[in-house]
Ligand binder design. Structure first.
Ligand SMILES: [Zn+2]
Length: 565
């Protein structure tokens, strides 16, 4: 994933507080990337000029939001993330061909090509007025948390200029800003460079709403290739009365702060205006997808609901009494997934902050039936993270437990409501190779203590051993005490997190897992005392779960089983 660039998208989405749990692919990715690099050397000179024929696409009329624009041909509509609260349209140049043909330079430059449509309402939303007391409290909290005016502008911009200047400091000192006319509306054209990007923005105001159509290109490719076409495209921008004012009202709400049907509606509203997207409802889930295989999506939504009730809830009774509505985003292709922000080398992720789990249906260089099987495995893995995080109250257990169970469920098959647990072949394959190459395994006494950060280094082995440990304890091991360790661990974590939260509540502190800042949507300040307490609970949970178990003896039996896989 490219870190710079992406403009509105990446800057708004890349919060320092965002933590994701990912499922890593087996070892195929690095080698295929390598083969792409080799290809580059061979075909680089052929690549020049492949991007020379630019053309405007047909008009994109986004009825829900009330705007239209002709983007460029070969650009795809991209899903908007829940946290991108001011983005109402997003397109990117499709670089799949460049990547597949090994046109590495073009691919790099092309991946900067981005169009975001920003909409900021400058009219205060009518509703409950804040009391003076509330405003005072809000101000004190902001001072206490040392929220800079810049961060505040970024998270809660009152105008487009706020957002622009918060994202690109001093852009006003280097921009060219002049009147601009697009069809029937008059506005301004703003151009400046930042990092390696050239920005070309058309900005308009109408009826208390500010609009920006914001193009970006790699700075070296801007003037000679893109800028004139960007301006031609921006000249086609037009506004009309939105058809769906409910969507506008719902989509600006933060789904994380809503519950039940209201949350469901807000999640669905978040895909309004993204061509090709639709929602599928299940009791506890809302699937948001652009998959071309609707029947498959309907099937997996149904299966996930079954697994939630028959597996997750049975094995890990929730301590949280509410009935959650969880978002599952399923992108059609692997390339869509990376464009959405999926980490390179991962096959899916769960974002505890937004509560969203993200998957894709079409793996590159994989047959259709394998792709669907992978997608299901990844879904059951990530959905477990999502479930357990909810079930114990916004806390993720140790990675060997969390990832190990995720992979345990990834190996599960569901057919006609019948569930079977099979070894997860990604991890079995890895371990077989590992043993054949006469490499070391990690001692159990270390494996069960790794914090999440350490688990992600040399992740292939840790994930594989984590899966193996859970599978071994649940399906193979004959020692009752060792088998019980998993339930003891879960119970200890759940009980202690529950009583810790209850105690805090009694003391008049209502927050859960962090402090949300009133008046500044979208920010959670982690409570460091809480984080320390959670670490302590997790550590004691391992002590308790394995108390009285001969860990070295268990390690020996476990290794013997792994070696025979
Ligand atoms: Zn995972």
């Amino acid at each position: 994933m490219r870190e710079s660039g992406g403009g509105a998208e990446s800057s708004l989405a890349t919060s320092p507080l965002t933590l994701t749990l990912t499922l890593t692919l087996p070892m195929t990715l690095p080698s295929s990337l390598w083969s792409r690099c080799i290809l580059v050397l061979l075909v680089l000179c052929v690549g020049a000029g492949a991007q020379s024929k630019l053309k405007l696409d047909k008009p994109q009329k986004i009825k829900d939001w009330g705007y239209s624009i002709r983007t460029l041909e070969g650009w795809d509509s991209i899903a908007i993330k829940p946290e991108e609260r001011f983005v109402v349209g997003h397109w990117k140049l499709n670089t799949d061909e460049m990547r597949k043909r090994g046109l590495y330079e073009e691919y790099q430059a092309g991946s900067y090509c981005d169009l975001s449509i920003i909409r900021i309402s400058t009219v205060t939303v009518t509703g409950k007025q804040k009391t003076e007391e509330e405003l005072k409290k809000e101000k004190e909290l902001k001072e206490k948390l040392k929220i800079s005016p810049e961060l505040e502008k970024l998270l809660d911009p009152k105008t487009f200029d706020d957002l622009l200047q918060a994202m690109h400091k001093d852009c006003d000192k280097r921009w060219i800003r002049k009147p601009f006319k697009a069809g029937k509306i008059e506005g301004e054209l703003i151009e400046f460079g930042a990092d390696a990007e050239a920005h070309t923005i058309a900005y308009f105001k109408k009826n208390g709403v500010e609009w920006a159509a914001w193009y970006q290109a790699f700075e070296e490719a801007n003037r000679k290739t893109y800028r004139d076409w960007y301006i031609k495209s921006l000249e086609t921008f037009d506004l009309f009365e939105p058809v769906n004012s409910d969507v506008i009202a719902m989509a600006r709400k933060d789904p994380n702060k809503l519950k039940g049907e209201e949350k469901r509606e807000a999640l669905k509203a978040s895909i309004a205006g993204t061509p090709g997207w639709y929602a599928i409802d299940a009791k506890h889930y809302v699937f948001l997808t652009n998959s071309s295989n609707k029947a498959f999506l309907q099937q997996i939504a149904k299966d996930l609901e079954v697994v939630r009730e028959k597996v997750y809830m049975k094995m890990f009774p929730p301590r949280n009494e509410e009935e959650p509505i969880s978002p599952v985003r399923v992108l059609d292709t692997e390339s869509d997934y990376y464009k959405y922000g999926g980490p390179q080398g991962s096959a899916g992720y769960f974002n505890p902050r937004s509560g969203e789990l993200v998957l894709f249906t079409k793996f590159e260089d994989v047959t259709k039936s394998n792709s669907m099987a992978y997608c299901r495995s990844v879904m059951f893995h990530e959905a477990f993270h999502q479930y357990i995080h909810f079930a114990v109250g916004d806390v993720s257990p140790h990675s060997w437990f969390n990832e190990g169970h995720g992979d345990y469920f990834a190996g599960m098959t569901v057919k006609g409501g019948v569930i079977k647990f099979e070894p997860f072949d990604w991890r079995v394959g890895f371990l077989k190779d590992h043993i054949r190459d006469k490499k070391d395994l990690i001692p159990l006494r270390s494996l069960i203590r790794f914090p999440q950060r350490e688990y992600y280094t040399n992740a292939g082995l840790k994930y594989s051993q984590g899966w193996a440990l859970i599978y071994y304890l649940r399906q193979v091991c004959k020692d009752d005490k060792a088998k019980a360790s998993l339930d003891i661990y879960f119970k200890y974590v759940a009980d202690n997190i529950e009583s810790f939260r209850a105690k805090k509540k009694e003391e008049g502190d209502n927050d859960t897992g962090g402090e949300s800042v009133p008046g500044i949507p979208g920010i959670m300040i982690p409570d460091f005392e809480d984080a320390e307490k959670v670490k302590e609970i997790l550590s004691k949970a391992v002590d308790t779960a394995f108390a009285g178990i001969d860990l070295e003896g268990l390690d020996k039996d476990f290794r013997a089983w792994v070696e025979k896989l």
